[in-house]
Design a protein around this ligand. Structure first.
Ligand SMILES: Cc1cc2nc3c(=O)[nH]c(=O)nc-3n(C[C@H](O)[C@H](O)[C@H](O)COP(=O)(O)OP(=O)(O)OC[C@H]3O[C@@H](n4cnc5c(N)ncnc54)[C@H](O)[C@@H]3O)c2cc1C
Length: 400
């Protein structure tokens, strides 16, 4: 049985492991973190296309049951004017829309499926380097342990050492001009927002929130920031960020200041980066999936869904094609144009989120957006994002 080493147990790693296992591979996952992280950083949107992949793993309902269905996004101006509604899914089929879920829950659902399939996960295994010799690939971990396989799949996220192994000259991450923050809160009297997320073009920062049936608020903000010194950014504590956010949003409409007033716990504070074009996705017996090869900023709500699409596509290619070289080439051919288009789409949204200080700019935006959003309601132009279904049964390269 061929053996694959999978580096990273975020989203792409476990999903690739599950599909490869189904295709008859012996797989093992190696994760740098010492143990599963129940928090794992905020929450994310799993879009219709990502849910379609989870469906094929039998995991869709498990995830939806613990998430907040959010097929609609309601947009607001800084003065509390409702600007319009945007579908967060296929325009004319909102019921197939996306779900917002704590990242730790998505990780747990995938991890449980991995355990049920009998696939081992080794925690505390930080990949240090990769060696390729003859007919095998060797992973060398920071603590000196090693593992050998026929292939190595780098699902090791934005900082991917695997990407660097494939091409030491691979492009670096690009900063969007925004810093992301977010967390959880409970605001007395704030009603649930079923089927909906709210987005506010605040005076000095962009803000989003939803309220679950049990009253728990998920919120995030995107601050326009030079982010020149990343180490300094990481050193800013939650209290300091909260003070900054409360000031930035003090004049914004209800319930934005109230949510920030009641926010507790970790609130992140990370530069929003992306990776728009990586020319080389594989070398020899090593290939990359997910954020490691096409990180997209959270604005499109597509990062996790793209990672899931990569997983099923790579496994189908390895199942159907004669050797790994052909499989990796076909995988890149199938995935790269779509992944790059999604990264570009998210970049366009980021431009809208960057705050303009000009009063005229704000007035023009608030006047124009309702017109765009009225059209967006029935606009099928974004359906290419959501109606992308990849069937496990469908053959690759002419296979039936
Ligand atoms: C705050 C925030 C909000 C987001 N919002 C959304 C959203 O709404 N919708 C959406 O779809 N996406 C969103 N994303 C992006 C989404 O989280 C990622 O696109 C998705 O997690 C990608 O999955 P991945 O498996 O490729 O990478 P990751 O989930 O980052 O997993 C990589 C894993 O590799 C491990 N690892 C790293 N280095 C090593 C090493 N050397 N050795 C071993 N293991 C290693 C890491 O510990 C991690 O567990 C958001 C991201 C952030 C940061």
């Amino acid at each position: 049985m061929p053996r694959a080493l999978i580096i990273g147990s975020g989203v792409a790693g476990p999903a690739t492991a599950l599909f490869l296992h189904r295709a008859g591979w012996d797989v093992e996952i190696f994760e740098a973190a010492a143990e599963p992280d129940a928090y794992a950083g905020l929450f994310l949107n799993v879009a219709t296309n990502g849910l379609a992949v989870l469906d094929q793993l039998g995991l869709r309902e498990r995830l939806v049951a613990e998430g907040h269905r959010a097929p609609h996004m309601v947009m607001w101006s800084s003065t509390g004017k409702r600007l319009g509604t945007v579908p967060n899914g296929p325009a004319r089929e909102p019921e197939r829309g996306s779900v917002v879920v704590r990242r730790g829950i998505l990780h747990r659902v995938l991890r449980e499926a991995v355990h049920e399939a009998g696939i081992p996960i080794m925690f505390g295994a930080r990949l240090d380097r990769v060696e390729q010799k003859d007919a095998a690939v060797r992973a060398i971990f920071a603590d000196g342990r090693t593992a050998t396989g026929d292939l190595l799949v780098g699902a090791d996220g934005v900082g991917s050492p695997t990407r660097r192994h494939i091409d030491p000259g691979a492009p670096a991450l690009a900063y969007s001009g925004l810093v992301g923050l977010g967390g959880f809160a409970r605001v007395p009297g704030l009603a649930p927002t079923p089927e909906t997320q709210h987005m506010v073009f605040g005076r000095r920062s962009f803000f989003g929130y939803l309220v679950r049936e049990d009253g728990e608020v998920y919120w995030f903000a995107s601050i326009t920031h030079p982010a020149a010194d990343r180490a300094a950014l990481r050193a800013v504590g939650a209290d300091e960020w909260l003070a900054t956010l409360r000031e930035l949003h003090a004049d914004d409409p209800y319930p934005v200041p109230q949510i920030l007033e009641h926010a507790t716990g970790e609130i992140g504070g990370y530069p929003i980066d992306d990776l728009a074009h990586v020319p080389q996705w594989s070398r020899g017996r090593v290939v990359v999936v997910g954020d490691a090869v096409h990180a997209t900023s959270p604005s499109a709500g597509q990062g996790a869904s793209l990672a899931l699409e990569d997983a099923i596509t790579l496994a189908r290619c390895l199942r159907d094609l004669d050797d790994h070289a052909a499989a990796f080439a076909e995988y890149q051919r199938l995935r790269q144009p779509r992944a790059e288009a999604v990264v570009g789409y998210a970049q366009a949204i980021n431009k809208q989120k960057r705050v303009t200080k000009s009063r005229l700019g704000i007035a023009i935006r608030d006047a124009m957006l309702p017109m765009f959003l009225r059209k967006a309601r029935d606009d099928t132009r974004n359906d290419w994002l959501y109606n992308h279904e990849i069937a496990w049964e469908a053959g690759v390269g002419g296979r039936r």
